[in-house]
Design a protein around this ligand. Structure first.
Ligand code: PAF
Length: 325
């Protein structure tokens, strides 16, 4: 069973005790992601697992492998494509290498606020983007809130784009993130999330950018004592499923998976708000200086980058997003 669970995206397991599925086989979907178990998005996936077990009366469950144990976000997406993993939770930023239109989420200052962002995610644009990867074996189940991303640093604070001059800033594996940090004057350095704590501790990079719950759950506050609320991007997390694994499910099983994913997304949105407040409080308690900055100055610096977007699909989305109300 151990070998099977390592090699295959899902396994059938004999259910030994308890629950309505007693004596029947159970379909077990394998899900891997890079976050620590303290992260609110991990908690949402635990919620999804429990909900799936409940609505399927124990016929289905999910085995969750957190903390990059099966690989980086990019590696997990590739495992979905070759069918060795059933599900992963990834940032939409890592998805842009597989579904180029997803690059739109990495563009800075395109959402008016959290409400606008969720209207886009839950509307035609967001739904169409979840379906866009099917020809590449990638089926988007739902979005999770990943708030807004902000710069944080070890040595000196980043309160204006000028403060980024000469600083090595860790970015995700995303051309858009690289272009954005360059546009703001910093030196972008792509590093996998699982390797970032040591890269910060060793000074390989001077800073990074993320939302407060990620900053706290991976203990980056131990190394970085400056956190600026500049909110350059809102890049959602996505729960992705391999179409190879999905195709093996019955229509009823697919419906259960979708229902559990949708319920976990609702649950996570509420949790996210609380956890963001708690993360900022914890950061202050840990001696991190939190800066309110003039975001208009950052936004002005990236306008040329937005005008230069070449991909026609991304261009079109960029024009449609402000029209969503
Ligand atoms: O910065 C990243 O790599 C991602 O935002 C994270 C924290 C792994 C969530 O997808």
């Amino acid at each position: 069973a151990l070998l099977a669970s390592v090699m295959f995206s899902f396994v059938l397991r004999g259910k030994l005790s308890g629950g309505g599925a007693q004596g029947r086989t159970q379909t077990v979907l394998k899900l891997a992601h890079c976050l620590s178990t303290e992260h609110p998005v991990h908690q949402a996936m635990e919620y999804m697992k429990t909900h799936l077990e409940e609505i399927s009366d124990g016929r289905m469950t999910v085995d969750i492998y957190p903390g990059s144990v099966l690989g980086s976000e990019t590696q997990c997406i590739e495992m979905l494509q070759n069918g060795s993993l059933a599900m992963t939770k990834t940032s939409a930023a890592a998805m842009e290498n597989f579904i180029p239109a997803m690059a739109v989420f990495g563009l800075p200052y395109i959402f008016r606020d959290a409400d606008h962002y969720w209207k886009v995610l839950n509307g035609d644009i967001g739904r169409a983007l979840l379906r866009k990867g099917e020809t590449r074996f990638l089926y988007g189940l739902c979005y999770y809130d990943a708030g807004s991303r902000n710069f944080y640093s070890r040595g000196s604070p980043i309160r204006t784009p000028e403060d980024l001059e000469g600083l090595k800033i860790r970015v995700m594996n995303s051309e858009t993130a690289i272009d954005m940090v360059k546009a703001l004057g910093g030196a972008p350095t792509p590093i996998a999330w699982g390797e970032l704590y040591s890269a910060l501790a060793q000074g390989t990079v001077d800073g990074a950018e993320n939302n407060p719950p990620s900053f706290i759950s991976n203990r980056h506050y131990e190394v970085c004592k400056h956190f600026s609320l500049n909110g350059h991007t809102r890049i959602p997390d996505i729960l992705m499923m391999s179409t190879r694994a999905r195709d093996k499910l019955t229509p009823q099983q697919r419906e259960w998976v979708q229902q559990a994913a949708d319920a976990s997304s609702e649950f996570q949105r509420a949790l996210w708000k609380k956890e963001t407040v708690a993360a900022l409080k914890k950061a202050r308690e840990e001696g991190v200086n939190i800066y309110t900055v003039d975001t208009a100055v950052f936004a002005a610096r990236v306008q040329p980058m937005l005008r230069q977007v070449e991909n026609p699909e991304v261009r079109e989305l960029l024009d449609r997003i402000p029209e969503v109300h």
